[in-house]
Write a protein that binds this ligand. Structure first.
Ligand code: FAD
Length: 106
């Protein structure tokens, strides 16, 4: 449905933008906060099937918040998992900063 898609696009924009501005060398408390944020986000994401699968993914693939690169790549892989599930092309994660920080047009 259109709502799930609009919500998804907006949410990925927010999450990848957070990754792009996350510190290169976060403090322990920033790492804990980001990890909590992602865990809590997964419980309240208002597409319940999406949220359930994302929670399972987080259990399998531990959230990596040790640095901007680490989190950005983790998130890119998580997004690719959803892309695969939906039959969408996967994204080259070596280019996530180019897409979400430096910026290019879709
Ligand atoms: P989107 O997937 O929304 O991506 C937006 C833009 O991000 C793309 O145009 C591309 O430039 C860029 N991009 C694509 N892949 C990556 C990547 N791996 N890393 C970085 N950038 C990338 N929809 C469902 O139908 N079922 C689900 O179970 C489901 N689960 C979701 C779980 C979460 C946590 C989120 C945030 C969304 C979920 N969605 C789900 C929505 C779905 O992922 C898409 O957002 C939606 O289908 C719209 O897709 P889109 O083609 O516009 O591009």
């Amino acid at each position: 449905p259109a709502d799930v898609e609009t919500l998804g696009r907006s949410t990925w924009t927010l999450l990848h933008s957070i990754a792009a501005t996350y510190p290169r060398t976060p403090t322990q408390s920033q790492q804990n906060d980001l990890t909590s944020f992602i865990r809590l986000f997964s419980k309240f994401y208002p597409c319940w099937v999406c949220a359930e699968d994302f929670q399972e993914y987080i259990e399998k693939e531990k959230i990596k918040a040790g640095s901007r690169d680490e989190f950005g790549n983790w998130l890119c892989e998580a997004h690719n998992e959803v892309n695969r599930k939906l039959g969408k092309p996967t994204f080259d994660c070596s280019r996530w900063q180019e897409r979400w920080k430096t910026g290019w047009k879709d």
